[in-house]
Design a protein around this ligand. Structure first.
Ligand SMILES: [Fe+2]
Length: 352
């Protein structure tokens, strides 16, 4: 329903115009002066205001200026007996949408009203479409956010599963991957890497030995010394892990880091004898975390060597086998922060 307000100090004009409009099916209110019209508009805005200009206390132009401060969409038609170009120009510059000369002729009046009703309806339609667009965009954004969350959770559950699978295969090193992942994340944090980075390093650590499922379990759990063939088979796990993961939808560098976790800076590692910057920073961190954790814990073929021996090893080969910044961060972690190995399974946050 279109709501129209007629403001005029002449009773006969108010009544005549309102009668025309009511017959056309509009909802019409009348005000005997601009001050009353202003109050009525403030209480409940109208779609169209038809106002006289010259009225006592407050003019139609002042009323229009007031309306424009609270409502830019309202259609305002100005009526006057002084039909001058100047008056019309003043009315339009103050924001009028139409101008009517007195005496008001019914047909011309209704024609003006109808064309302004069309404008009101077009504005309403536009506003409706804008609201729908905002709602649609909001819905789309929340759907994307939900999908991302589901994808992250599903990635995290895959990491947990793969971590468990490796440990079922090699129970003697139970907790090794979690300890390496947590240590690698703490080293990254100490190196001031971003939260996304160290969360990813932690997740990679949790499954870095996934390739061990291709190695016969008798070799993995063999208590004594292993021979060259057995060692070659064990070495395969780095490349196998990378091959397995490269087809899984995981963040960039994930599979590559797993494949590089036994490389060494001087090219003495395996499987590709990579050197220095050929090795990803994620892998440099994992390499140090893996060596330190392995030396600090019990293995089927030897007792735990302890933290001092582990730190001695990485200090001795700082710059040759191990990345110097990673070594410094790792030593700082144990010496200054009194870090102790942690095999708890942290919640996995994988950046997309
Ligand atoms: Fe390994």
């Amino acid at each position: 329903m279109i709501r129209i307000l007629i403001v005029d100090d002449e009773n006969s004009i108010r009544l005549t115009l309102s009668r025309f409009l009511i017959k056309e099916g509009f909802s019409v209110d009348i005000a005997e002066n601009a001050i009353v019209g202003m109050k009525m508009f403030t209480e409940e805005p109208y779609d169209i205001v038809v106002s006289d200009i010259i009225m006592p206390k407050m003019t139609g132009i002042e009323l229009m200026e007031y309306i424009r401060t609270i409502d830019k969409q309202c259609r305002i038609l100005i009526m006057t007996g002084e039909a001058t170009v100047e008056t019309a120009a003043r009315a339009v510059s103050a924001g009028a949408n139409g101008y009517l000369n007195k005496p008001i002729l019914k047909d011309a009046f209704l024609e003006q009203i109808r064309s302004n009703v069309k404008a009101v309806e077009a504005n309403r339609q536009k506003a409706k479409e804008e609201i729908q667009q905002v709602q649609y965009t909001g819905m789309l954004e929340s759907t994307v956010a939900e999908s991302n969350e589901t994808l992250k959770r599903s990635m995290a559950s895959i990491i947990h599963l793969l971590s468990d699978v490796t440990e079922y295969r090699d129970p003697y090193t139970s907790g090794h991957q979690r300890r390496v992942g947590n240590l690698a994340a703490s080293i990254s944090r100490r190196m001031n890497h971003s939260k996304d980075f160290y969360n990813m390093v932690r997740a990679i650590g949790y499954i870095h030995d996934i390739g061990k499922i291709v190695v016969p379990s008798e070799i993995l759990t063999k208590p004594g010394k292993i021979n060259d063939i057995e060692f070659k088979l064990i070495q395969m796990h780095a490349q196998s892990g990378c091959d397995m993961l490269k087809h899984v939808i995981l963040p960039k560098n994930f599979a590559t880091t797993v494949g590089q976790h036994h490389e060494r800076m001087d090219g003495s590692g395996y499987p590709n004898r990579l050197k220095g910057n050929e090795i990803l920073m994620e892998a440099h961190i994992l390499i140090v975390a893996d060596v330190v954790e392995t030396m600090m814990t019990h293995r089927p073929y030897r007792a735990a060597l302890g933290v001092d021996k582990a730190l001695e090893e990485i200090s001795l080969y700082r710059l040759t086998k191990y990345h110097p910044e990673v070594v410094d961060a790792c030593i700082g972690l144990f010496v200054e922060e009194h870090y102790s190995l942690d095999d708890s399974l942290s919640e996995i946050h994988i950046p997309l």
